[in-house]
Design a binder for this molecule. Structure first.
Ligand code: ADP
Ligand code: MG
Length: 701
């Protein structure tokens, strides 16, 4: 069965090599190590008639090896003659004499490279190769080698596994084969009505296909199973959450008074979402909602209105922010938006890790007694010492910075289940949302408040366009002269920090120093802001910047999320290639927030042909965060997309790919809904339990 120890099936030596390389110890784990791709004999080119100038892969045997020193320059040349029975080919290696140990006469392998004609001979210079008959091969691997070689010559697709030097692909193939032969029929818990290939058959065909058609349909079924399992668990979790009891919260005079003093009208999207939240808060099952909306789309005010609805009957709302800067800015903006009268009645407090002892004691008391009905804070809110009198609503800002467990630990502080509103300014493509936040309902604000003057963005390659770089600083100076704020974002804080293999990085320290030395910046007030500064310093700096006492803020990405300074118009990002697409978009969102147009300059040394430049240009050329999120997704590794941080399901997917397999995920989402509607069978419950166990394990790691 699947729990069997690998060592009893594949032998101790191979098993321990596999464990060292991948951490697998059981048959089941190894079977989940799916081939990365399949190669074909058809892809192999016979040596007779090799096309000159093309990239080829050949399977051949080494005839002889000669090493000689070069005539015209220093160094040695290794010449390896190979044949496949149809012709000859010369492999050449310059200054790599050690290869002659591997490439001895009689050895066979695959060689890949570009064909060149040299003095009447065809040759591959420095080809990549994988040998079938390595002499240092352990005895229990020898047979696997022959099988692999034989397979390579048959018409069957050859699975190629991600491998390590100690455990090459063909050894994995062999071990998987032994496991498949020994485990017998694997029980399949997936309902028949899904119409998927039975699990045993799918595993068989994905690892040992006879045709391409076989592995393709097997892989589709395995993907669908994985997607279904995840969606089922998420759907079940959502259902469980809905069966919990929450205190209904009805709106009243507090919200009316607030709306009456609001200086603007809600946008259509804000109204729609506000109505959604308002009605869900009156239910006796908890709201579980993710609100996504562009930076500056006005999520906070919508959240604040929900808090006022909860406050009506004395309920408390906790707003959790990822950084101290953000928490204190939220706090200040809430005080201002509420106005003195409502502040007096609701006694909002700010709780962060750096709140001083005496103030903290007072605040904690106000929270525990129920006097304070709006509590803003960082992780400090999660601490055991924070107890609430009647926690009715948990609002999480920049949800992606928190894990599921943190969200849950705050929710557990309510007497019964508090309502939950998670917010994110990182637009999430739907299939990612389904996979990562499948247990949350999703609302989206796409519309920006009217009268936003927009942001102009430019990507600047500093070596190609030194003039533009110069103009960037001139332009920033003009903005300052007009009384506006400028952000300069650097990838590192200080030289020491940058030194870890990244010399020459723009650092906050160095850039601030350079600016201070510029004659034209002589009277410009420059401040530095980094994550390492104390809460007091950070807050003071932010406040000074907000109040126009500082002109330029040279900072790291501490200012990335949520920071709101309406008169800041210019964002200059140095070494923009160090940042991801979504991150750049977030940074840009810091400007153009008031009624002044924004300017975003993305400076980089990345060459014009590079992927990094393309990425930066993509940001400069589109303002649509959802479109950029798609770009971002294409460029990120799967593990990053579903990182522990934000995973609702688990840290990594096995065979499913969120970007490629959008359709499968949508389908699985529907199936999961239907499965739950039909009733949870013992088999389905087992799937759910397994997925939940995965999550638990994740929480512990
Ligand atoms: P988000 O949190 O979504 O990035 P905020 O809630 O911080 O955005 O709102 C950005 C700015 O827009 C704030 O200064 C806020 O007061 C203002 N704002 C919000 N909604 C509106 C609206 N409907 N009309 C005009 N200004 C608005
Ligand atoms: Mg915000």
């Amino acid at each position: 069965v699947l729990e069997s120890q690998l060592k009893y099936i594949v032998g101790g030596k191979t098993a321990s090599a596999i464990e060292r390389a991948f951490g697998y110890t059981t048959a089941g784990e190894l079977l989940q190590h799916f081939p990365r791709r399949y190669s074909h004999r058809g892809e192999l080119t016979p040596l007779r008639g090799l096309p000159i100038g093309e990239h080829v892969t050949v399977v051949a045997q080494v005839l002889d090896v000669t090493e000689r020193s070069m005539h015209s320059r220093k160094g040695s040349l290794l010449e390896v003659r190979v044949t496949d029975g149809t012709g000859h080919l010369l492999l050449t290696f310059f200054n790599q004499p050690w290869r002659k140990k591997q490439l001895s006469a009689g050895v066979r392998g695959q060689f890949a490279g570009k064909v060149k004609a040299y003095r009447g001979n065809l040759q591959l210079q420095h080809p990549d190769y994988e040998l079938f008959d390595r002499q240092d091969v352990a005895e229990d691997q020898a047979e696997a080698l022959e099988e692999a070689a034989a397979l390579a010559f048959s018409k069957r697709p050859v699975p190629v596994y991600s491998a390590s030097s100690a455990v090459p692909s063909w050894v994995i193939a062999r071990a998987v084969g032994l496991v498949l032969d020994s485990v017998g029929t694997i029980p399949d818990r997936h309902p028949e009505w899904l119409g998927l290939m039975p699990l045993s058959e799918a595993l068989q065909k994905v690892h040992r296909p006879e045709t391409d058609e076989q592995w393709r349909s097997a892989r589709d079924s395995l993907k669908a199973m994985e997607a279904f399992d995840l969606q089922l668990a998420l759907t079940a979790r959502r259902q469980r959450a809905q069966s919990e009891k929450a205190q209904p919260r009805h709106s009243g005079s507090l919200l009316e008074r607030f709306d009456a003093r609001m200086p603007f009208q809600l946008t259509g999207d804000q109204q729609r979402v506000a109505a959604q939240l308002s009605s869900e808060l009156t239910r006796s099952s908890p709201m579980n909602r993710l609100l996504q909306g562009e930076v500056g789309s006005g999520k906070t005010i919508v959240a604040l209105r929900a808090m006022l609805q909860v406050a009506q009957d004395g309920g408390q709302s906790a707003l959790l922010a990822p950084t101290e800067v953000l928490a204190s800015q939220h706090f200040r903006s809430i005080l201002q938006t509420l106005g003195d009268e409502l502040v007096g009645e609701l006694s909002p407090v700010l709780l962060t890790g750096k709140t001083r002892a005496e103030e903290r004691r007072r605040s904690l008391l106000a929270v525990a007694s129920g006097k304070s009905r709006i509590i803003v804070g960082t992780h400090a809110l999660l601490s055991d010492t924070t107890t609430f009198a009647d926690l009715g609503l948990v609002v999480i800002d920049e949800q992606h910075r928190f894990g599921v467990e943190q969200r849950e630990s705050l929710r557990k502080k309510g007497r019964n289940s508090p309502h939950l509103l998670a917010m994110t300014a990182t637009p999430i493509p739907r299939t990612v949302a389904l996979t990562v936040f499948g247990d949350l309902d999703i609302s989206t604000i796409r519309e920006l408040p009217p009268g936003r003057p927009g942001i102009e963005s430019f990507a600047i390659q500093v070596q190609e366009s030194p003039k533009l770089e110069h103009l960037a600083w001139v332009r920033a100076r003009e903005e300052i002269a007009a009384g506006r704020g400028v952000y300069v974002v650097c990838p590192a804080i200080s030289a020491e920090e940058a030194e870890e293999g990244q010399k020459g990085r723009a650092t906050v320290e160095a850039v601030a120093a350079q600016l201070r030395q510029r004659p034209d910046y002589a009277d410009v007030r420059i401040a530095e802001l980094t994550g390492g500064a104390s809460a007091e310093v950070k807050e003071q700096v932010m406040r000074d910047f907000e109040n126009g006492k500082i002109d330029i803020l040279v900072a790291t990405t501490v200012i990335e999320v949520g920071v709101n300074v309406p008169h800041a118009t210019t964002m200059i990002v140095l070494e923009a290639d160090r940042f991801g697409v979504s991150q750049l978009h977030q940074l840009r969102g810091r400007v153009g927030r008031g009624n002044l147009p924004g300017l975003c300059l993305l400076l980089t040394q990345a060459p014009l042909e590079s992927a990094a430049w393309e990425r930066i240009e993509a940001v400069a050329n589109t303002a649509d965060g959802f479109a950029l999120a798609e770009v971002d997704l294409q460029q990120r590794k799967e593990g990053d997309i579903l990182g522990t941080q934000q995973s609702g399901g688990r840290s990594t997917l096995k065979i499913l790919r969120v970007v490629e397999d959008a359709e499968i995920i949508e389908q699985a989402h529907e199936w999961a809904g239907e499965a739950v509607a039909r009733g949870i069978t013992a088999d389905l419950q087992a799937i759910i339990d397994e997925e939940e166990a995965n999550l638990e394990q994740l929480a512990k790691s």
